[in-house]
Design a protein around this ligand. Structure first.
Ligand SMILES: O=C(O)Cc1cc(O)ccc1O
Ligand SMILES: [Fe+2]
Length: 517
């Protein structure tokens, strides 16, 4: 394997099919998670979490398990007893409020909702107005070619930091790159990136359009939600479902990363098929927050609501993070990507990247995703007589890629941590010239079939069945790599059939014309 750059650690072993030594995980970010006492997924036991026993290793308390029905109380006794959701009077004088993530009548196994018990209900605010200033770089309807255009060109962007001369919080630092469909029609997706240098202050964000899957690449995010707090360093991802109010603090200073937004669907774990009952991402490694609230009078607190891609604000005199207790299965969650258990080919050929799907948002067609979140994690490459980097291909799905750290196995140069690429439906792409040449130069040598460990790298892909339009500002951005196509131009013909007395019949005239000049 030779696609890696110099800064990748590559270990070689004597070829042996069965003995690969297990190595420690190599994510730069992880905490040791201790499973909570009877709290997790146990509505029958509403004891408050105890941070010492119930930590995510990062100082915050979490509940574990994707899809569980959770209960959490910041004050003992604040959840209604006896199975009531909406009693005549809630404990401690709280208001009951339901947040629905699916229609009321969605079949039970997909039905999502949470009950919150809060000091004041969310409705207690002044009217919504268009936000001043707006964020003109957000889009949630991709039907208007004036804002976003169709292009089959291979696209790549260099990483971009927040403008040092501007104060940009998560909301102002967010910009849409591409997407398809419409939040109004509840079908589609958007890919955004963010570059922020300031914590949100005196305001909370609420996305009425869809779910956010956030992939921090630089700088931790401390996210306060109505369900509680989560600390999310690079190497972890976080999902904030549609409608949750949240505020993003930047405890490490400037931060940047990627966001996929899905309209009208939610993420779930992929089916495992013949893999069996275990592998890839495990439900138990997904962590949701525990109840946390603030009670102080907060005059002029602003709710920023993204609705149809536009921002609106409403003012209130209290924090929206006033939920003392909650229960339900519609919750924000985070996941440490180093917990992912990758599967791969163990004899020959290159497995399709779907084998490393972390989360999928399905369409109505079986096996066709509105959006798959796929990773390219550290792993062993052991396939024999195989071109181990990604193959050349044209895909009916569209592929947006980002790099969290390291060097991506298909691109020796130019695809940098914090950068991005887009290869849309049927747009040809694959390893760059340097990667291809370096790989085949090892042919016949001992390295070609030696198991190697791909380490110190973490790339990901948002893959969609929908065909994205690309925002004009992304196409015109100074960070766009206009020379991207050059990385393949150097791919030579290695075709030797009939040339130089080689092993085939006489060459045809078209072979001559197409041969390497
Ligand atoms: O294009 C890419 O780099 C992503 C990708 C990786 C891979 O191993 C196989 C197919 C694929 O689209
Ligand atoms: Fe691809």
């Amino acid at each position: 394997m030779c696609a890696q750059g110099d800064d990748l650690l590559t270990l070689s072993l004597t070829p042996t099919r069965l003995a690969c030594s297990p190595l420690a995980r190599s994510s730069p970010a992880s905490g040791t998670y201790k499973h909570p006492p009877a709290m997790s997924g146990s509505p029958a036991d509403p004891r408050p979490p105890e941070p010492e026993q119930n930590g995510g290793g990062d100082g915050y308390a979490y509940l574990s398990g994707l899809g569980n029905s959770f209960s959490s109380e910041a004050v003992p006794g604040s959840l209604p007893a006896n199975g009531h959701n909406s009693p005549l009077l809630c404990p401690l004088g709280l208001y009951a409020e339901q947040l629905s993530g699916t229609s009321f009548t969605t079949p039970r196994h997909r039905n999502l909702r949470t009950w919150m018990y809060r000091i004041k209900p969310s409705v207690t605010h002044d009217p919504f107005h268009p936000r001043d200033p707006p964020n003109p770089r957000l889009l949630a309807d991709f039907h208007d070619p004036r804002a976003a255009v169709a292009t089959p060109t291979q696209l790549r962007w260099r990483p971009r930091d927040a403008d040092k001369d501007a104060d940009l919080d998560f909301v102002d630092g967010l910009y849409t790159v591409c997407g398809a469909g419409s939040s109004f029609l509840r079908h589609g997706f958007a890919v955004h990136m963010y570059a922020a240098n300031k914590s949100m202050d005196g305001c909370a964000f609420c996305n009425a359009d869809g779910d956010f899957l956030i992939v921090p690449q630089q700088g931790k995010l401390l996210i306060t939600t109505e369900c509680g707090k989560m600390l999310v360093p690079p190497g972890e991802i976080v999902v904030i479902p549609q409608g949750f109010r949240f505020a993003v603090d930047l405890p490490d200073g400037p931060s940047r990363g990627y966001v996929s937004e899905i309209f009208g669907a939610h993420f779930q774990l992929p089916d495992l098929g013949p893999i069996g009952a275990n592998g890839l991402a495990s439900a138990r490694d997904f962590l949701s927050p525990t109840a946390w609230y603030e009670q102080a009078h907060r005059p002029g607190y602003v709710i920023v609501q993204k609705y149809g891609g536009e921002l609106f604000t409403a003012t209130q005199d209290f924090s929206p993070f006033n939920v003392v207790a909650w229960h339900g299965n519609y919750v924000p969650y985070k996941y440490d990507l180093s917990k992912f258990c990758p599967f791969n080919t163990v004899l020959f050929d290159h497995a399709d990247p779907s084998v490393n799907t972390v989360l999928t948002a399905p369409t109505d067609k079986p096996g066709v995703a509105l959006l798959d979140f796929v990773i390219f994690p550290p792993r062993w490459l052991v396939a024999e007589n195989t071109f181990r980097p990604p193959y050349y291909h044209r895909n009916c799905m569209s592929e947006f890629m980002g790099l969290i750290y390291g060097v991506y196995e298909a691109k020796a140069d130019g695809f940098l941590p914090g950068g991005a690429s887009l290869h849309s439906c049927m747009t040809p792409h694959g390893p760059d010239t340097k990667t291809y040449e370096a790989t085949i130069s090892k042919l016949g040598g001992p390295e070609a079939n030696t198991p190697t460990r791909l380490s110190g790298t973490l790339a990901f892909m948002f893959e969609s069945a929908l065909i994205p339009r690309v925002c004009r500002w992304a196409l015109e951005s100074p960070s766009r790599d206009l020379d991207y196509y050059q990385c393949w131009i150097g791919l030579k013909s290695h075709f030797s059939h009939g040339k130089d007395g080689s092993d085939g019949p006489a060459t045809t005239s078209s072979d001559d014309k197409d041969g390497e000049k």
